[in-house]
Write a protein that binds this ligand. Structure first.
Ligand code: SAM
Length: 224
């Protein structure tokens, strides 16, 4: 059988790619990408010329079957996403599971992902934490937040700049204004910003400006 390599790619700074990731991308027969154009830019930068197929959340169920067939016939394939580690709030889960069910070797390389630097920069306890990914936009949103009221581990959320203030306000409502949190914006990029404060302070700070860029929100766990 072949092998599926899950390959993390930079979340901003193009220098954040490991030597092994470059080696694997050079050696595989085929690369599966969420957005072939975005991955094309990275490959060009790395001077890698390789066949890139599209594999995104909308076609994951369908394409996984034919990929598994290729792997069974001995191909080695790399899965990448637009940024960071595939499967982490990105497509790939279904493919990994299909591979394992078919006895195909899967290897995820260690590498960039946004929640680790955000968690470390937050200064909040990182010995135990829960990764919450994106909160639901509408349906199930309040229920999810309510369900976290008693969570005593540090919580990590992915958030869009357009929804940040609304989320901070809702978390403030649910957890209280004195709960501490940290917002990491544009990690590894030119305008990286890490702001710590109470939910109240963060609401005030981010309401006063136009929020741009990519965001990870880290919130202290419940203390009692
Ligand atoms: N697979 C990625 C990972 O391993 O982190 C996450 C993909 S998810 C679709 C994209 C979200 O990750 C963004 O909305 C943001 O919350 C977070 N993110 C990605 N890059 C980031 C960066 N440079 N700075 C802050 N957050 C980032």
């Amino acid at each position: 059988y072949g092998k599926l390599y899950v390959v993390p790619t930079p979340i901003g700074n193009l220098e954040d790619i490991t030597l092994r990731a470059i080696k694997v991308l050079k050696e595989v027969e085929l690369i599966l990408a969420e957005d072939t154009r975005k991955t094309g830019i990275l490959l060009k930068h790395l001077e890698i010329q390789k066949q890139v197929f599209s594999h995104h959340s909308f076609n994951e169920h369908k394409t996984s079957k034919s990929i598994v067939e290729r792997l069974l016939s001995g191909n080695t394939i790399a899965l990448v996403s637009d940024a960071g580690t595939p499967v982490i709030s990105d497509p790939g889960f279904f493919l990994v599971r299909e591979c394992l069910e078919n006895g195909i070797n899967v290897e995820c390389l260690p590498g960039p992902t946004a929640f680790v630097p955000a968690l470390v920069n937050s200064g909040l306890p990182a010995d135990r934490f829960t990764f919450e990914g994106f909160l639901p936009h509408k349906k199930g949103r309040s229920k999810r937040i309510e369900g976290l009221k008693e969570e005593d581990r540090t919580m990590v959320f992915y958030e869009s700049p357009f929804r940040l203030v609304k989320t901070l306000e809702q978390l403030k409502e649910a957890f209280g204004s004195e709960r501490r949190a940290s917002v990491s914006r544009e990690l590894s990029k030119l305008y990286e910003e890490n702001v710590q404060g109470t939910l109240e302070e963060l609401v005030t700070y981010f309401s006063s400006k136009t929020v741009k860029g990519e965001i990870v929100l880290v919130v202290e766990g419940c203390k009692n």
